[in-house]
Design a protein around this ligand. Sequence first.
Ligand code: MRU
Length: 345
Amino acid sequence: MKAIEWMGNGLRILDQTKLPLQTLFREAKSYEEVAEAIERMEVRGAPAIGAAAAYGYALGAINFNGPRAEFDDYMEAVKNRLAATRPTAVNLFWALRRMEDRLREERDKEDLDEIRQALIAEADSIAEDDRRMNRLLGEHGNSLVPEDADILTHCNAGALATVEYGTALGIIRAAHASGKKIHVYADETRPFLQGARLTTWELMQDKIPVTLIADNMAGSLMQQGKIDLVIVGADRIAANGDTANKIGTYSLAVLAQAHSIPFYVAAPTSTIDLKVPSGQEIPIEERSPQEIREVFGVPVAPPDVEVYNPAFDVTPAKYITGIITEKGIVSPPYSVNLLKVMVRS
Ligand code: MRU
C-alpha cells in the first residue's frame, strides 16, 4: 500500500477520500493537480504531504516551457501555490525548503533538463529519508511497548500518512513483527474519519488486531483499564514540545494523564519546528463547515447551523511522556532535549 509513488513524469496518488470502499489511484501530472490533491486530502498526513509537495515542485519544473531567465520566478510561484495548501503540518514547508535549497545549488546551470533531474533526485531523497526515518523510529518506539499491549491511536499516522511504514503505526508494526501480542484501539476520528476509514483498513491488511471505537469512548476504556499506552502522530512539534496533531489528540492526552497511562508522540525530526517557540504560534487549519454538517454528503445537522471545524489541536508538552523520533526517544524537558536531538547527526 503506497500513498504516493513517483512514475517518472507524474505522481500516482492513492485517493484516500475513497478508502476503504474503493482503492482508486490518480496520476497528478502538474503541480496544480498535486496542490489540489493535498487540499482535498486525497493525500494527507504530515510526511506524505511533504513528499507529495516535493514531487509537485519537481513537476512544476518538468512542465515549464519558457526561457531560463523566467524559470526562477516561475518556481517561486510553484512553491507558493504548494505552500498555500495546508498550513499546520510543518513537513510541507520543510520539504519545500529542501527543494528550494536544491534549486539554489543549481542556479548557475543554464540547462533546464539538468535542473529538472536534480529536483527529481531531491524529491526522491526526501521520500527515501522518510522511509528510513520511519523504520528507525519504529524500532526505537518498540522498546517502549510491553510484550502484551493494548494501544490506543488517533487519526491515521500509518503508511498512508507517510511514504512508507508510518510513525505511530510504524511502532505498532515493529512491535507486532517482533512477536509481541499487540491489539490496537482506533479512534474513528470525526469529522474526516481517518481512524475508521484508514487506520482500521491499514492494520487489517497487515493482520494486526484492531478494534474501532467512537472518539467519545476513549475515556471509558481507560477507566476500565483497557489501554496500556497511547501513541499518536504529529503535524508540528514546537521547540517546547507542544504538539499539534489531529483534533481530539489533546483530550486523549489529558485523559491519559488522569489515568496514569503513558502518552507518546511519534514523529520524524522533519516534524519538529524549532522556529516556533510554543504551540500557541502553530497555525491551525480550519476546514469547511460541510465536513461537520454532513457525513460524506449525507446531512446530519440543520444545513445552516453555525459550525466550528478546526482540523488540529495542540497538546501541551506537560501531557507528553516522550517524543519518539528516528534519532531516539526524547524525554522532558523538551526545550533542552529537542534542541539536542536536532543537532545530533
Ligand atoms: O488532516 P490529516 O489527515 O492530514 O491529519 C493527519 C494527522 O493529524 C496525523 O496524525 C499526522 O499528520 C501524523 S502522520 C504520520
